[in-house]
Write a protein that binds this ligand. Structure first.
Ligand SMILES: *[C@@H]1O[C@H](CO)[C@@H](O)[C@H](O)[C@H]1NC(C)=O
Ligand SMILES: *[C@@H]1O[C@H](CO)[C@@H](O)[C@H](O)[C@H]1NC(C)=O
Ligand SMILES: *[C@@H]1O[C@H](CO)[C@@H](O)[C@H](O)[C@H]1NC(C)=O
Ligand SMILES: *[C@@H]1O[C@H](CO)[C@@H](O)[C@H](O)[C@H]1NC(C)=O
Length: 511
């Protein structure tokens, strides 16, 4: 046994005995929770012990279960126009419409990871996590869609090498919402030309980094991205086309993902042996009252998670309820074809099974009612009127700073079980889970949130045999949170944004 392992075992045993004999207050155990997790899993196979504070029970996660932490390029890198990088849609939107950001801020500098990436990785290392999930800025690599920008390749090589030198596995997201402006100028995601450009981009990444990066995530959260960027038109590029543009966006994302996956399998897998997946996101839906039948409940989950998961992991193609109902509504609206694009058998086959794992971001759950009233066909369509889903929160749930974020760990367990049953228990890689607050250094609510959610994961794995393989905290830093600017703090590390060197200070959760 190495010294590290011995040290960990001693700490765990001490804590268990202290806990059992009740000589520490419950609070003390909670305080140590995240530190125990992180310090006990590095670098080999010690098991992870999770204590349920209220019930004095404990669960272990499997030996090869991995825990890591996540960021995304636009939220931390800054250097928005450095070394050949061209604007993404977020750069363009914020520079022309700062009023869309609640504190008027932007991410031109952010925590300056472009220059200070060594700090980031040293922060990950200081808490002993096994992997670091970050994303690549497309326009650093392909500023104009054609020539490769060597500066961008060099930058990500440095980041990846720094991870590897510290024994941290790089888990790389290719597209986390910072679409090249040059691609939006051609129509962006609703234009099918997106597919070819995405696959070409993926090819550059696989070719340059594939020998070092073994776990790829093509796209982050297609549901939110498409609904908010091309439906509501609030996120960049702020195209308002609900019930039309969002479905086109989703359609092209799925095909682009699948083609990138197939490219990897055909051209790179033999050489590199890595895995390629996608990150979806969903709350669990809980019927609010008996007006929501079991059929309504299942239908709602099909609209939400099934929109993207059924084509990839389910029966292939969009869920039947979506195909039939949106087609019917489109007819009533006097349209010549359905607002939900059709998938040919060939496209269904291309997409089905095109992921080695299901990345899942989970934050919260909601109570749902279904609006079954006939809709006036002259009204603007949307995913919301198509699905009829009306979400609300249980007043007993603890609320974070983010208005929609409530702590519902049971929802995560239910969601993992739903995925297991619906999609034949695919490997699930939880790619985000986290809590926002005012930024206080004593972040007990964050510790509580992580503890209860990890416990829910452990129960899903141990009691229900859900095939969950990893868990990722969101986020390393208090970072730029899109339209909320810097007002929502999700970080395990505080960042001094007024300092040119952006000092990072661990909060209580990771001290
Ligand atoms: C204790 O565990 C039981 C069974 O898992 C659960 O029903 C109950 O809500 C838990 N109690 C608390 C206070 O969390
Ligand atoms: C660690 O886990 C891996 C994968 O589960 C296994 O192959 C290996 O034998 C384990 N090593 C030890 C020292 O238990
Ligand atoms: C991309 O286009 C911009 C603007 O036309 C130009 O200044 C820049 O040199 C081009 N970069 C590359 C790498 O082709
Ligand atoms: C943040 O950085 C500024 C500028 O370097 C410094 O004056 C200030 O004391 C720092 N704040 C904290 C809390 O360390």
């Amino acid at each position: 046994m190495s010294r590290t392992i011995k040290f960990i075992v001693v700490i765990i045993l001490t804590l268990i005995s202290l806990y059992t004999i009740g000589s520490w207050s419950e609070q003390t155990v909670i305080n140590y929770f995240v530190s125990i997790i992180s310090k006990s899993i590095n670098p080999t196979n010690s098991t992870i012990l999770i204590a349920d504070i209220s019930n004095k029970s404990s669960q272990k996660l499997p030996e090869n279960f991995k825990i890591g932490i996540s960021t995304s390029a636009y939220q931390i890198e800054g250097a928005w126009d450095a070394d050949g990088k061209t604007p993404s849609t977020w750069d363009t939107l914020i520079h022309s419409h700062p009023e869309l950001i609640s504190d008027g801020s932007n991410a031109d500098v952010a925590s300056d990871s472009y220059h200070l990436f060594k700090d980031d990785i040293s922060a990950v290392n200081s808490i002993g996590l096994q992997f670091y999930r970050f994303s690549i800025s497309w326009t650093r690599i392909l500023p104009n869609g054609s020539a490769i920008n060597q500066n961008g390749i060099d930058y990500y090589n440095k980041v990846i090498d720094e991870c590897l030198a510290n024994g941290i596995e790089p888990v790389v997201t290719m597209f986390h919402w910072d679409l090249p402006q040059w691609l939006q100028d051609l129509g962006g995601l609703p234009n099918e030309i997106f597919i070819d450009y995405f696959v070409a981009y993926a090819d550059v990444l696989f070719k340059n980094f594939g020998h070092k990066v073994k776990r790829w995530i093509t796209v982050n959260e297609p549901y939110n991205y498409c609904i908010i960027s091309y439906g509501f038109g609030i996120w960049a590029p702020a195209i308002k086309s609900p019930g039309v543009g969002d479905y086109l966006c989703g359609h092209h994302l799925l095909i682009a993902h699948a083609k990138a996956y197939r490219l990897y399998r055909e051209k790179y897998f033999k050489m590199f042996g890595g895995e390629v997946g996608i990150t979806l996101e969903s709350p669990y839906y809980i019927p609010k009252d008996s007006s929501v039948s079991d059929k309504d409940h299942q239908r709602a989950l099909q609209y939400r998670l099934g929109w993207f998961a059924n084509p990839l992991f389910g029966t292939g193609g969009y869920p039947h309820v979506m195909i039939d109902e949106i087609n019917e509504r489109s007819k009533v609206e006097g349209r010549p074809f359905s607002r939900l694009p059709q998938m040919s058998e060939e496209v269904k086959k291309l997409i089905l099974g095109s992921a080695d794992f299901l990345g899942m971001n989970y934050y919260t759950s909601s109570l749902i009612l279904i609006n079954k009233a006939e809709r006036d066909p002259r009204e603007e369509p949307s995913w919301f009127s198509d699905s009829g889903v009306k979400e609300s929160a249980d007043p007993t749930w603890k609320q974070a700073k983010t208005f929609w974020l409530y702590s519902v760990p049971d929802g995560l367990k239910s969601l993992l079980n739903w995925i297991k049953n619906e999609y034949n228990n695919p490997p699930v890689f939880i790619t985000e889970n986290g809590w926002s607050d005012e930024g206080q250094m004593i972040d007990d609510d964050r510790i509580d949130y992580v503890n209860s959610h990890l416990l829910a994961v452990a129960e899903a794995v141990n009691e229900d045999q859900c095939n969950v393989i990893a868990y990722t905290l969101w986020s390393l830093f208090d970072s730029f949170e899109w339209n909320s600017g810097y007002t929502l703090k999700y970080g395990f590390f505080h960042v001094n944004y007024s300092s040119p060197t952006k000092e990072k200070t661990p909060k209580k959760s990771v001290e």
